[in-house]
Write a protein that binds this ligand. Structure first.
Ligand SMILES: Cc1cc2nc3c(=O)[nH]c(=O)nc-3n(C[C@H](O)[C@H](O)[C@H](O)COP(=O)(O)OP(=O)(O)OC[C@H]3O[C@@H](n4cnc5c(N)ncnc54)[C@H](O)[C@@H]3O)c2cc1C
Length: 349
């Protein structure tokens, strides 16, 4: 028992799939350690892939939670919810929390994921858009959409298209104001794009080419008796919808890592073993860019399976292994036998 009190302190920032997989692996491989997971989230680990179910009427947040609170007690993982990390000092091995507490660590895993990206020119209209990241945001979007109503997806990344599939199945009208983020993070060659647009139409989406209209310029509130929102384009045209939702890809959540001593490009830069430029700090999930020696560049790897595998690998390497990252899922957008599109990123579990 005495050794448990002298074990290393592993701290994880983030309670998404990367952070939780890492915590589980650290606990299994280093039973005498302290494991602390710090997260902004109010809910314990919940399944984002199931969030579209709120449009089928599911409103009980407990149905989305993956591990009950007892799991963290049993595993001796100290889960600190609703807590913001504001800074990391890599040399002193401390991190600062929003309420001024300082936490010491022996090893740190950064798994703070990413937030939805918003083009600067549309930022001021964010209050008129419905987000889809947290359970609360998903419920607010579902409540604002009348039965059979019209949802407008801006951009059209793979997360948005996944939600769009559910909305179509549930009897809603779904339009996509398609720009360069359509299909993100998949890269569809220009000559194949018309086939993929046709596939979206065959699934029931209405596809609007935002580029032909000079790009999206504003979102406005609809007048009395009209749908609640208007999406405005630079050529002066407008489309009315009940809700407007941004799906322009994601941007890593790393502001608090500036000054930590770990190098950053768009994400936290890590070697193939997921170690940053600080030997005590590793990163996993949507927050990091991993060195790819074949391409000679750092790159992101997305998707539940990849992100979970990164959480596991980082924890293994933090506890004595030295293995290199190998992607664990296909990244190509496919045309399905039914004529629609299928993204391997839609598969999880
Ligand atoms: C609705 C929805 C549907 C999705 N569907 C798909 C899909 O079909 N296919 C797909 O590939 N991907 C999908 N994704 C994306 C997928 O969820 C992510 O790739 C994956 O969740 C990333 O996991 P992660 O552990 O890296 O980060 P996240 O799950 O984003 O977790 C990040 C954690 O860090 C915490 N955090 C951030 N900043 C701080 C801070 N300063 N202090 C403390 N804590 C902090 C957050 O609270 C959160 O707990 C979807 C995402 C959403 C929102």
């Amino acid at each position: 028992m005495a050794s448990r009190q002298h074990g290393r302190h592993h701290v994880i920032i983030g309670s998404g799939v990367a952070g939780n997989q890492a915590a589980e692996t650290l606990r299994a491989r280093d039973p005498d350690s302290r494991v602390t997971m710090i997260t902004l989230s109010k809910l314990p680990f919940f399944n984002r892939y199931d969030l579209p179910r709120v449009f089928h009427g599911e409103r009980d947040w407990r149905k989305f939670v993956i591990y009950p609170a007892e799991y963290f007690l049993d595993q001796r993982i100290a889960l600190r919810r609703a807590t913001r990390v504001t800074g990391v000092d890599g040399a002193r091995r401390t991190l600062a929390l929003g309420h001024n507490e300082t936490v010491r660590f022996d090893t740190l895993l950064v798994a703070s994921g990413a937030s939805p990206y918003m083009p600067a020119e549309l930022m001021e209209y964010r209050p008129l858009m419905h987000g889809f990241v947290s359970f609360q945001e998903a419920v607010a979007a579902a409540d604002a959409l009348p039965r059979g109503g019209h949802a407008m997806l801006m951009g059209g990344d793979t997360i948005g298209l996944d939600l769009g599939r559910t909305l179509l199945e549930t009897g809603y009208r779904v339009s996509i104001a398609a720009d360069k983020h359509l299909f993100w993070p998949h890269e569809v060659p220009a000559d194949l794009r018309p086939r993929y647009l046709d596939a979206l139409r065959s699934m029931g989406f209405e596809v609007i080419d935002a580029e032909q209209r000079g790009q999206m310029s504003a979102v406005r509130a609809g007048g009395a008796g009209q749908p609640a929102r208007l999406l405005v384009f630079n050529d002066g045209s407008e489309i009315a919808a009940d809700i407007v939702m941004p799906f322009f890809g994601i941007a890593p959540s790393i502001e608090y890592m500036l000054g930590s001593g770990a190098d950053i490009e768009r994400g936290l830069l890590v070697k193939p073993n997921l170690r940053t430029t600080n030997e005590a700090i590793y990163a996993a999930g949507d927050v990091c860019q991993i060195w790819n020696d074949a391409d000679k560049r750092y790159r992101f790897y997305h998707g539940w399976k990849n992100v979970r595998a990164m959480g596991e690998l980082a924890a293994r390497n933090l506890t004595g292994a030295d293995q290199a990252w190998l992607p664990s899922q296909d990244e190509n957008l496919q045309l399905s036998a039914q004529g629609g599109i299928h993204s391997p990123f839609w598969e999880y579990a």
